[in-house]
Design a protein around this ligand. Sequence first.
Ligand SMILES: Cc1cc2nc3c(=O)[nH]c(=O)nc-3n(C[C@H](O)[C@H](O)[C@H](O)COP(=O)(O)OP(=O)(O)OC[C@H]3O[C@@H](n4cnc5c(N)ncnc54)[C@H](O)[C@@H]3O)c2cc1C
Length: 411
Amino acid sequence: MELMEDVVIVGAGIAGLATAVALKRVGVRALVLERSEGLRATGTALTLSPNAWLALDALGVSHKLIPLYTPSPKGYVTNVSTGEVREVLYPRQGIRTLHRKVLLEALAEELATDSIRFSSRLVAFQSLEQGGDASMAAVHLEDGTTIKSKVLIGCDGVHSFVARWLGLAELVHSGRSTVRGLAVFPQGHGFKQEFLFFMDESDKAGFVPLNDRELYWFFSSQGEKMSGEAEKMQRDVLEKCTEKFPSEYLDVVRHADLSSLSWAPLMFRPPWGIIFGKLSKGNVTVAGDAMHPMTPDLGNGGGASLEDAVVLGRHIGNSFINNGALIVPGDMAKAIDDYVKERRWRAAMVVTASYLSGRMQQGDKWWIKFLRDRALYKYFFGWLSRLVFVYDCGRLPAISFGAMDLSSKKD
Ligand SMILES: Cc1cc2nc3c(=O)[nH]c(=O)nc-3n(C[C@H](O)[C@H](O)[C@H](O)COP(=O)(O)OP(=O)(O)OC[C@H]3O[C@@H](n4cnc5c(N)ncnc54)[C@H](O)[C@@H]3O)c2cc1C
């Protein structure tokens, strides 16, 4: 079977769905291809900082989520080796923690049902040159379907097929990994709406309320593989933490909803691979983790993916509007190039800030300990987090559907 689409997005994660919503807002239909049978919410919850909420606002989705989740204005970091407790104040409106599934569904329900095609794994694709900068993409799916499209956006996550095709720098393993999940207290957990972190030289753990009954918790350690059965992951975390982290944290882990547990090695793309890498070729580009996988130390991979979506939507939208509601392949290459120019440095900066923040929090070298104890929370963390959190990716262009009869346009 061979199909034709204006825009194909590979991956129905945060980046893919948000990009499809951004394009829909500017009048462009996109087909999202997802290899799974439904929306995947691995990791169960995530934190979103003010930059992410501005992007969600631009996408017209924030109003559905804000009433469901209370922001955390601050957190406390306890260094269990020294006993020191630091208060960390978050900028502007605080940070909200939400269920991933709720975020994905809030994005997906903005789209027409036929614009997400599940069980559709991309297995190969070719770029078909059209002369000049213009190109078309021929996407081949596992089920034998071929889809030709004028624009192809790889939102296919950390091990992106499209990023490999573009020749982007290989991922680097940070040497750390994280177990995360939900804890459920049917009678209420009684914690305030604040982050509580605990750390020593090698491990870091923490939790934050999602609501009165559920907490999102994590345990991050150096280099150890903790995947496997959920019970085993929970047991391993408890074993490693019993001696050093406080009983309130252990109690949270004991209340884990085992079906929510997951383990992830923490990978990132080196910032120079983003600054100097080929983030697009003709009408093919990447967004989200496919472009800028990062360690989760500032909780911003999802936020940066939402920013990508708005910026990409803006550039494609402007081209679409200027061309009288047409996707003109030659002009799309320029729109995508402008998107890459706008995102490259921001993405590299967020990856770097996240890495430095994690390295300082979990390194056990003497100079890292020195910097952590003397400067990290006093000066450095506030500065890094402001760089990442206090950022506005801008708005989408306004489009008047009345003035533009999209259905009658043919190219
Ligand atoms: C431990 C941990 C904690 C984190 N915490 C936070 C946090 O608190 N806040 C935050 O903002 N970010 C956080 N992140 C980062 C965040 O999870 C990611 O940045 C975000 O999920 C990226 O979204 P994405 O859509 O780019 O990729 P993904 O969510 O990975 O989605 C990619 C999608 O593409 C699909 N796909 C892949 N290959 C193909 C193919 N060949 N064909 C079709 N479909 C395909 C996949 O099935 C998947 O659905 C964390 C990450 C980790 C590892």
